[in-house]
Design a protein around this ligand. Sequence first.
Ligand SMILES: [Zn+2]
Length: 283
Amino acid sequence: MPELPEVETVKRGLAPVMEGFVFERVTLNRPDLRFPFGDDFITRVQGQTLERLSRRAKFLDAQLSSGDRLFMHLGMSGRFCIDQPGAPKDNLGEFVYAHDTNPRHDHVIFHMSSGARILYNDPRRFGFMELIAPGKPSRLDHLGPEPLSNDLSAPVLRAALKGKKANIKTTLLDQRVIAGLGNIYVCEALYRARISPRRMAGRLKAAETEVLTRHIKDVIREAIEAGGSSLKDFASTDGALGYFQHRFDVYDREGEPCKICDAPIKRMVQSGRSTFYCKACQG
Ligand SMILES: [Zn+2]
């Protein structure tokens, strides 16, 4: 499942061939993904310029010249591929599309005035695309601060955790506390901060919140950097954006030795999600 760093990588890959260009033609190969596209999807997107492509949490947010915003979410298995025959292979965002994904799952095709075809492929169809008219409420309105922005600081996190009786692991997954932080990065940040995932969120000390904030930013930043360097490899792999190998200290490492103390990494389930942690290092 794509996490924030993967979505940021997708944004950086797509921007050079989409931003500032016109959607010359839009093809929908089915009426819905997780949600229906809506009857007016094509007419509202076709002919518009994509003025700015940004990311908020795990959403791609495309500002169209009409004032509409197009939100795109990758769900569990969504991927964007760029088909631009003859493009140089060494530029960010300009990848030759080698079709190892099943074309049966190419649900959306954007034909851009840059000459690129942008294909959205999603076998499981948990992803979605949604148009938001100017000034209308959207699902991005109630998100917490972006982890890498200055909006997230230790005092802000401390205020958000205040009085929270749930455990810190589950609380950090709440998108109103921090936007876009997923299971992997919560596990990694708590491990680095040496904070037990079982701790009551509201009971964290100021110094612990300070350390935790720093590690949240670090794990996300490092993963985005890994994604950035992986962008250059897409041409030689499968041309699809958004998934890269990244090594984690605890995530998905149950039974392997902790790199600090050698004790085996443990797994437990909290609110239906796996938590990986070191019992010795994290209390
Ligand atoms: Zn340990």
